[in-house]
Write a protein that binds this ligand. Structure first.
Ligand code: BDR
Ligand code: CA
Length: 312
């Protein structure tokens, strides 16, 4: 099975992604690392531990960064994920505790333990990945792949006309991740806005798998209400869990190669700027930027079937 670390800010769609990964026989989850984002980091850690306890999966949880590298923290989006990050369902506090290592240290140590074998799946702002690069720059060459949910190449943003929330929450960290020597695959709004998860799918998963499925169904009601009141849709977009589908079956996605950099100030702050492979620019910002795989197409029906069958 493919070894993965999930870096996360749970988060309703983070919970979907984590249960999806726990159930996938192709994946071996080595640990969860937490970041601020949808909720403060302490709550993200509690929530990550709750998810391991609900799924009865014994993996370490390491707490990470609480604030962005440079910019001032943005407010937590409780109108999207609820104040508790789980859609205000009053879930009890977990019994377990985080390990004493920081998220960045856990990433470095785990990648060093299995050189070339670990894929990092990032579902929140990218501070822990940037911190791991600072702790040990060599990790970039020792990771199998970084698959992140964030950004957008050509689709509109979701927190500004050009910015997606995870990137906006820490643009400097994101730029460090896109310009490091590892293979990055970006699953952004270009594809996650093409996939619609609705209550009929969640209802079937709940019927087949009352524990994880029931939990996801209950959390998702707040999330679906947000999406259906904000946009003319009957369900929610499929953000974080798309990364798990990608790692399980990359053939579900159509990918373009290009340089990605992140705008770190001004009205375009948080934008992932995409320069397709082959385009050359004289500006030094675009010299020797590594190629990112940017997902532009997705087979939505097959992806949702994979999610449903894996969780059922
Ligand atoms: C991303 O932002 C968060 O609210 C979600 O969990 C997802 O990671 C979508 O823009
Ligand atoms: Ca997330």
């Amino acid at each position: 099975a493919r070894k993965i670390i999930i870096d996360t800010d749970p988060g309703i769609d983070d919970a979907m992604a984590i249960f999806f990964a726990f159930q996938a026989p192709q994946l071996d989850v080595l640990g969860l690392t937490t970041t601020f984002g949808n909720v403060p980091v302490e709550l993200a850690t509690q929530n990550a531990i709750s998810l391991t306890e609900i799924a009865k999966v014994n993996v370490p949880v390491a707490q990470g960064v609480s604030v962005p590298f440079v910019i001032a923290p943005r407010p937590h989006p409780d109108f999207v994920h609820g104040k508790d990050g789980f859609g205000n369902i009053n879930w009890p506090a977990p019994k377990g505790k985080a390990i004493t290592k920081s998220a960045a240290q856990f990433i470095v140590d785990t990648v060093r333990e299995f050189p070339g074998e670990v894929t990092i799946i990032a579902l929140g702002p990218l501070g822990n990945l940037a911190a791991a690069l600072i702790l040990d720059p060599e990790v970039a060459n020792l990771v199998d792949e970084v698959v992140l949910m964030g950004g957008t190449a050509i689709e509109y943003g979701n927190v500004s006309p050009v910015a997606e929330a995870n990137i906006m929450n820490d643009p400097h960290a994101a730029d460090a991740v896109f310009t490091a020597a590892w293979q990055v695959t970006m699953i952004g709004l270009d594809v996650t806005h093409q996939v619609l998860l609705d209550n009929s799918i969640l209802g079937r998963i709940k019927a087949a798998n009352p524990v994880e499925g029931g939990f996801l169904y209950d959390c998702a009601q707040h999330y679906i209400n947000f999406y259906s009141s904000r946009f003319d849709m009957d369900g929610c977009y499929f953000h974080d869990a798309s990364t798990i589908a990608y790692v399980m079956d990359p053939s579900l996605f159509g990918v373009e190669l290009g340089a990605v950099r992140v705008s770190c100030e001004g009205i375009g702050i948080g934008q992932t700027i995409f320069a397709p492979q082959g385009m050359e620019f004289p500006e030094p910002h675009w010299n020797n930027v590594p190629m990112t795989q940017v997902c532009m197409e997705v087979d939505s029906e097959k992806l949702l079937t994979l999610f449903e069958t894996t969780l059922s």
